[in-house]
Write a new protein. Structure first.
Length: 297
């Protein structure tokens, strides 16, 4: 079924709402004659007069009044639907992020977010790999590979690693010289921390940063994910390199001991990103502000 031209509906709605062809033209940024032409086209299309004209004055006809109510409602629905796609639903935000960041860093802090911004309803989409920055996935993202265009990109932190172990294992090595004591224990290595490099590249780079070499006979256990290596370390199965932002207060107090040695940068920077079209969506702005505060506390 053929519908009337949207431009004609906009012109009719503006004239009826403002009761003025000239003011409607100013608001729509077109000429008054263009507005009159569109209204005439609409009346011809409908086969009904929308306005009764008396010299220079005019008023909505009975049909026009009913039609104005319907058009106003429909245009409002269309505007809301467009805004929902463009900016998302107010108060409800979908955040896509790496599973390790979600479990070890973000979730323990969510009570603070709820206290500061109770109006934000945050749902998490945990990703094993790099999240695709698409509306089909989420409204905003934490990523190390932000899009190059059409997105707001806000720096959160640079990833760095340091050695940690469980309390029982620490009791075995705490009085021995470092780093020699580390080589007597299994090292828990995470694959793909440094893509394209050889196995145990995380420990080799850490040793290089400290100015020493890792012995060739050091026992190394390999894990596909940092969370797995962290759990193994928590149960005293070896020593791992932990992202400093993935250590919760509970971890520091009860689960791990940070071995007093240097850190190494992985080269990955974490960013909070969202579409530029949503730059004025206050719920996302508030979330980004809160995330940055958490990174620098």
């Amino acid at each position: 079924m053929k519908l009337p031209p949207l431009r004609a509906l906009q012109c009719f709605e503006a004239v009826a709402r403002l009761n003025s062809f000239s003011q409607a033209a100013d608001q729509l940024n077109v000429t008054q004659s263009a507005v009159s032409h569109q209204v005439k086209l609409l009346e011809e299309y409908l086969g009904e007069a929308m306005f009764s004209r008396h010299g220079r004055s005019f008023a909505l006809t009975e049909v026009g009044e009913r039609y104005f109510e319907e058009v106003t409602h429909s245009l409002s629905n269309l505007s809301n639907a467009s805004q929902l796609i463009r900016e998302g639903q107010t108060g409800k935000i979908r955040l896509a992020l790496y599973s390790s960041v979600a479990v070890k860093w973000l979730i323990p802090r969510l009570d603070d977010l709820k206290q500061k911004y109770p109006e934000i309803e945050l749902s998490l989409n945990m990703m094993a790999d790099e999240p695709k920055c698409s509306d089909q996935v989420a409204d905003c993202f934490i990523t190390v590979d932000p899009p190059k265009t059409n997105f707001v990109v806000e720096f959160l932190y640079a990833e760095r690693l340091y050695p940690v172990c469980g309390h029982k294992l620490w009791q075995q090595i705490k009085d021995k010289p470092l780093p020699d004591a580390l080589w007597t224990q299994p090292l828990l290595s995470v694959q793909n921390l440094f893509p394209g490099e050889q196995l145990a590249e995380d420990w080799r780079r850490w040793a290089q940063q400290g100015g020493f070499e890792m012995p060739s006979d050091t026992k190394i256990n390999h894990f596909s994910h940092m969370l797995l290596a962290a759990e193994a370390a928590r149960y005293d199965q070896g020593i791992t390199l932990m992202n400093h932002y993935l250590m919760s207060d509970q971890d520091r107090q009860h689960n791990f001991v940070r071995i007093p040695m240097h850190e190494v940068l992985t080269g990955d920077n974490f960013y909070f990103v969202y579409k530029k079209s949503r730059a004025k969506q206050m719920d996302i702005v508030k979330l980004g502000r809160w995330l940055k505060q958490q990174c620098f506390e």
